[in-house]
Ligand binder design. Sequence first.
Ligand code: SPV
Ligand code: MG
Length: 288
Amino acid sequence: MTLMTGKATALRTTLADGAGPLLVAGAHDGLTAVLAEQAGFGAVWASSFEISAAAALPDASLLGMGEYLTATRQMNDAVTVPVIADCDTGFGNNLNVVHAVQQYEAAGVAAVCFEDKHFPKLNSFAGQGQDLVSAEEFAGKIEAAKKAQRDPDFVVIARTETLIAGGTVDQALERSHAYADAGADALLIHSKDRTPERVVEFLRRWDRRLPAVVVPTTYFDWSAAAAWEAGAAVVIFANQGLRATVTATRSTLDHIVNNGSSAELEGSIASVKEIFGIQKLDQWLAYE
Ligand code: SPV
Ligand code: MG
């Protein structure tokens, strides 16, 4: 079992081993993090979209850092794999970034990811409100984050929203190199294109300067193997679990309302015993 304090080291080792793409699943609480780990994902993405959705709120910097941290700590405590915390813009300026690094690192989280949008930000697929801060300002945030970390293995991921904000691959590369110069450990290139073409071009020209992270939400027919082949080290399936949960829960609850019982569903929904397993009930009872 990976020790909590060793998760950053474990993540770094995985990023360096060249053995294949690190598959990461979005989650929003202990339960969904456990499901990701049980499915075989190598890390958990503590998604701002999922954590906001779990509160039935938009992903618009409405929740505060403390709330994201509480959800992320719960995920991290529930799994042995590393957790990568989606820290949006860093919740404000350089001081907020430093505070976030201190708090997330103390919680045992392996990595934080900051994006180069203005605070408050709006989810990348929401269309409007996708303005970027200057490359200099964001590079300053990355520098501040790197100075704030205590464990040298703690991973700081710089995320550029250039393509989301209507920019070009050239501009995304220019910013990404500035963030690498500022000390970032990995680079997330985000896109809401329907095809991976521009991400592939970015990766080709990036030439593995740092491990690259991709999020194929809208270009979903691009497999993790194809992303690895193109030069990506990490593939985040950021919200598929949440979307499946909504579909399954809605269909189950609709069925019960329409039929007045769960009888026909009992064979297809998780048993209470299965939930006990996720809760590690037996281990807890052994403390009695
Ligand atoms: C998230 O999962 O919160 C992300 C990815 O940041 S996205 O929703 O595509 O912005
Ligand atoms: Mg997010």
